[in-house]
Design a protein around this ligand. Structure first.
Ligand code: ZN
Length: 158
């Protein structure tokens, strides 16, 4: 496993649309492992492949340090209710902003064995699913921030 460089706001690759994964390869499996390592090393709770410069529809999420999710070609099936709170992004270091998201999300995706599954999330998991799926379409949370982006102390970053 290896850390990968996280692309930051202003890098064109973050605005590109990622392509679906058709087959799993050792190279893509290694990418997924690297994405987890990069996310943990940078204290993130989610990471999309485009953030490490790879335009594939792959997201990794771990919001509680206990449950790792790999979402390949994710498709949001249902959203409900709403939550408003701070959000941050590894591609926008040192900043946070208020974003309203659904409080419940149901998503269909493939896992790393290319088996389809359905994941339901509420609260932080729902927020992370929306945030990371947005990355796959070149969308970044700063576009959704209500009010101003704020500076955040390094030890408080999400
Ligand atoms: Zn992000």
């Amino acid at each position: 496993m290896a850390m990968r460089k996280v692309r930051e706001l202003g890098d064109d690759i973050l605005r590109k649309t990622c392509k679906p994964v058709k087959v799993m390869t050792p190279r893509t499996l290694a990418l997924i492992e690297d994405m987890f390592e990069t996310m943990y090393e940078t204290n993130g709770c989610g990471l999309a492949a485009s953030q490490v410069g790879v335009l594939k529809r792959i997201v990794v999420i771990d919001v509680d340090g206990e449950n790792q999710y790999v979402l390949i070609n994710p498709e949001i099936l249902e959203t409900r209710d709403s939550q408003t709170g701070y959000e941050g992004c590894l591609s926008v270091p040192g900043k946070r902003g208020i974003v309203t998201r659904p409080n419940y999300v149901k998503v269909k995706a493939l896992d790393e064995t290319m088996k389809e599954y359905v994941l339901e999330g509420t609260e932080l998991l729902a927020r992370a699913i929306c945030h990371e799926c947005d990355h796959l379409d070149g969308k970044i949370y700063v576009d959704l921030v209500e009010g101003e982006l704020e500076d955040v102390e390094a030890d408080e970053e999400e």
